[in-house]
Design a protein around this ligand. Structure first.
Ligand code: F6R
Length: 261
């Protein structure tokens, strides 16, 4: 695990976006795992700008999102399909047939989860997975007690997650309480992972995720098991880390990060 602390949200987001853009340039048919949420909006904004400037071609890129609310249709303004179309897909030259999210309206959720796993596998697996962290410590919607080997399935959301996301619903009580999510095991199979975390409200849970013991109570701790996981954070999110100076020292003395300074 590699922890990169940048001075503020803007610089942290810029670095995450550059790393994604670089991977797409290296492998134009990249299979990209995507997340939603407030943190990712800024990343997608930057990727859209790079595309508009002519620096980024998505024509061959394939994507798999982490999750979708159960009971919301793809054109519901609160669905993650709608979020992705609005924030990224409709603004770049991606082929929508190459973009995948679980179907929250599927008649048979178990079949839908199984098909999603099969589809990822048949596409050769995820090359790069983008992640945020929820206040409950979730990655995707892997709430506390998600098995560290879990696969795509439906999951009940915790009150902490409902409190985090319900302000985006009108009325807030209409937020679904269940979602389909890739499992922790599914996420860990990605070749590479980038997690982006910003803001002081994430500092406590982030410190537990990075420096605490691995536990299904905080699914993000499973990232400690991944051989190629980069966690990019701003100073506010880094506030509770014990080894902050060590992580900064590594970044400042590691030549491979030269292009991003
Ligand atoms: C959503 C997802 C979640 C979010 C997390 C942080 O697809 O994967 O794990 O990344 O809830 O959300 P924000 O950025 O809104 O704080």
């Amino acid at each position: 695990m590699e922890v990169i602390i940048r001075p503020n949200t803007e610089v942290a987001t810029e670095l995450a976006s550059q790393l994604i853009a670089e991977k797409i340039s290296q492998k134009p048919f990249l299979c990209l795992g995507l997340a939603t949420g407030r943190t990712m909006e800024k990343v997608y904004n930057k990727l859209v700008n790079l595309h508009k400037s002519g620096a980024l071609d998505f024509s061959l890129v394939r994507t798999y999102n982490l999750d979708e609310y159960i009971g919301l249709s793809p054109d519901d303004p609160n669905s993650y399909r709608h979020y992705m179309n609005e924030h990224l897909f409709n603004k770049i030259n991606i082929d929508l047939r190459n973009t995948h999210l679980p179907m929250g309206m599927a008649d048979n959720l178990e079949d839908e989860c199984h098909l999603y796993e099969e589809s990822i596998k048949n596409n050769g697996g995820i090359d790069l997975q983008l992640l945020g962290i929820g206040r409950s410590g979730h990655i995707g919607f892997n709430e506390p007690l998600s098995a560290l080997q879990s696969r795509t399935r439906d999951k009940a959301l915790t009150p902490v997650t409902v409190a985090q996301n319900s302000p985006m619903f009108d009325p807030p009580e209409s937020m679904p309480k269940r979602a389909i999510t890739m499992g922790v095991g599914t996420i860990l199979e990605a070749d590479q992972i980038i997690m982006l975390v910003t803001g002081k409200e994430k500092a406590g849970i982030l410190a537990k995720a990075i420096e605490g013991p691995i536990s299904s109570m905080i699914s993000a701790t499973a990232l400690q098991l991944h051989p190629k996981c980069t966690i990019i954070i701003d100073e506010d999110a880094a506030a509770d880390l014990q080894c902050c100076d060590y992580y900064k020292w590594i970044f400042d003395n590691e030549p491979k990060w030269e292009p991003y300074r």
